[in-house]
Design a protein around this ligand. Structure first.
Ligand code: ITT
Length: 197
C-alpha cells in the first residue's frame, strides 16, 4: 500500500525516503498529491506532527506519515524549537535563521553551546487512529556554519562524539545518529514489526 509523506520540505522527503527504502513501501508526497498544508497551531512537536499526519490521511484516504522537527538551543531555552522553519523568514533562507541563532546566543551572554534536534513522527490512518514517537540527537551549536550537505540548520550542528557538522557528513552518517533516524527506529518497532499497524 502507498504511504503519503505529509511534508512539503524536500530535505525531509529525501531523508524519510532513505529511511523507508529498506521497507519497500511506495511513497507519495503531500506536494505531489496537491494536499493543502495545515496551519501548525500545536504547541509541541508531537501535536504538530499529529495534525499534519491526520490532515493528510483524512484528505487522501491513505495512511500518512508526518514529521515535525526543529533545532533547539540550550542558551535560548530551546528556541527556535517548534518555530525552526519560521525563523528562516518568508525567503526560507536558513543562512538567515542560523545567523539569528548565532546572534541571539551571543546576546544571551551564556557560554552554554549545547543544542539538540528533535523529531516527532506521526503515522496516521484515515479512520483517525495515529501513533507518534519522538527522537533526539544531542550536540553543540558551532559558528561559523560548515558544509553544504543536509538542510536547514545542519551546517551549525555537531553531534556529541563527532567533529563534523551534519552539513559536512554524508547521509548514511547522519542517519546513524540523527533525531529523525532515532524517531524512525521507534516507529518501526511500534508499527512495522508486528505492532498495531
Ligand atoms: P513540513 O511542515 O511541510 O514538514 P517544515 O520545514 O515547515 O515542513 P517543520 O515545521 O517541522 O517543517 O520545521 C522544521 C524545521 O527544522 C525545518 O524547516 C528545518 O529547518 C529544521 N530541521 C528539522 N530537521 C532538521 C534536520 O535534520 N537538519 C537540519 N534542520 C532541520
Amino acid at each position: 500500500e502507498t504511504l503519503v509523506l505529509a511534508t512539503h520540505n524536500p530535505g525531509k522527503v529525501r531523508e524519510i525516503g532513505e529511511l523507508l527504502a529498506p521497507y519497500g513501501m511506495s511513497v507519495v508526497s503531500a506536494g505531489e498529491l496537491g494536499l493543502p498544508e495545515p496551519e501548525e497551531t500545536g504547541t509541541t512537536f508531537v501535536a504538530n506532527a499529529e495534525l499534519k499526519a491526520l490532515a493528510a490521511a483524512t484528505a487522501s484516504g491513505k495512511p500518512a506519515l508526518a514529521d515535525d522537527s526543529g533545532f533547539c538551543v540550550a542558551a535560548l531555552d530551546g528556541d527556535p524549537g517548534i518555530y525552526s522553519a519560521r525563523w528562516a523568514g518568508p525567503s526560507k533562507d536558513f543562512s538567515v535563521a542560523m545567523e539569528l541563532v548565532h546572534r541571539k546566543m551571543a546576546e544571551s551572554g551564556s557560554d552554554d553551546d549545547r543544542a539538540w534536534f528533535t523529531c516527532a513522527l506521526t503515522l496516521a490512518w484515515p479512520d483517525g487512529h495515529c501513533e507518534s514517537v519522538e527522537g533526539f540527537v544531542h550536540g553543540t551549536a558551532v559558528w561559523p556554519p560548515r558544509g553544504d550537505k543536509g538542510f536547514g540548520y545542519d551546517p551549525m550542528f555537531v553531534p556529541d562524539g563527532d567533529t563534523k557538522t551534519f552539513g559536512e557528513g554524508d547521509a548514511d552518517w547522519k542517519h546513524s545518529v540523527s533525531h529523525r533516524a532515532d524517531a524512525f527506529a521507534q516507529l518501526v518497532a511500534r508499527c512495522f514489526d508486528g505492532g498495531p499497524a
